[in-house]
Design a protein around this ligand. Structure first.
Ligand code: NAI
Length: 277
């Protein structure tokens, strides 16, 4: 089901920041992604939604897929068509990539795999069904969408760039947030990223990952207890604050852009320094 936005209005641009002495303009370059055709899974919320906004602001055409449509005001604001699809279902994914290719006028040459879930459960209580659900969405979903997009690009002899979202949870354990299934799924995403990168490099397809730390989106659980959450930020995050979805999106779009033309098979922490200590 396509849920097209109705307004062609882009927010988050550099207007108003440029030209102030001593202040770097960190706004998006209006044309870096011009001519690029982007597909974003998990595009209805959080980091996926922020990346839809950033890609649009940098000139790309964007189609988002998610298992639920975005709120109507978000659909209007991003002006990006949304396709409802479950990334764990191969048929949904194949249909969504075909529809996206039609809407974009060619196969997506930028893919962000952002669809994901985060569930806490101590290992001794974790059920096989909970394990399977998390692995299916976070890992199988990235495989299915990545495979469908790469196949379409290779069929058309076109280059492209894929960014997968892993997590710092793939790199470090945390007894306070028991998430073995999540951590394993995200470690799998890093391994999947490297393998996609080396198998598809001969076709001009780069594949990288980001490893976000604690990012302020609806998924975040750290601040459910604000006192403990702030204590964690003060002691475990050198920059001493949460990251924003827009800050992760900026790195994702860099990795997808030609500015990262010689980067492939890397997993970049976007974590305020937390994995360094
Ligand atoms: P979010 O909950 O705001 O967005 C996730 C989106 O994925 C939602 O719109 C949801 O509907 C969609 N989704 C879930 N299952 C799906 C399925 N089967 N098919 C299609 N869409 C599906 O969360 P957030 O924070 O934006 O997460 C984006 C990615 O970033 C996830 O992969 C997450 O694991 C990862 N991440 C987030 C961190 C954080 O602190 N927020 C930290 C590290 C990684």
């Amino acid at each position: 089901m396509a849920v097209p936005g109705s307004a062609d209005h882009i927010t988050g641009g550099a207007a108003g920041r440029a030209g102030r002495p001593g202040v770097r303009d960190q706004g998006p370059a209006a044309s870096r992604m011009a001519g690029r055709r982007a597909l974003v899974s998990g595009g209805a919320s959080g980091i996926g939604l922020a990346t839809v906004r950033r890609l649009r602001a940098e000139g790309a055409q964007v189609v988002a897929i998610d298992r639920r449509p975005p709120a109507p005001e978000l659909a209007r604001e991003t002006a990006a068509p949304f396709l409802v699809a479950d990334v764990t279902r191969a048929h949904d994914v194949a249909d969504a990539v075909t529809q996206a290719s039609t809407l974009l006028g060619g196969p997506p040459d930028v893919l962000l795999n952002a669809a994901g879930i985060y569930r806490m459960r101590p290992l001794l209580e974790l059920t096989p069904a909970e394990w399977d659900e998390t692995l299916a969405i976070n890992l199988r979903g990235s495989f299915l969408v990545g495979q469908a997009v790469a196949a379409a690009l290779i069929d058309a002899s076109l280059p492209g760039a894929i960014v997968n979202i892993a997590s710092t949870a793939a790199l470090v354990a945390d007894a306070a947030e028991p998430t073995a299934h999540y951590n394993a799924s995200k470690a799998g995403v890093i391994a999947l990223t490297r393998q996609m990168a080396v198998e598809w490099a001969p076709h001009g397809i780069r594949v990288n990952a980001v490893c976000p730390g604690v990012i302020d989106t609806p998924m975040l659980r750290l601040m459910d207890d604000p006192v403990a959450g702030q204590a964690y930020l003060d002691s475990c995050v050198p920059l001493r604050r949460l990251g924003t979805a827009a800050e992760v999106a900026a790195v994702i779009v860099f990795l997808a852009s030609d500015d990262a033309a010689y980067l492939t098979a890397v997993a970049v922490p976007v974590d305020g320094g937390s994995t360094a200590i």
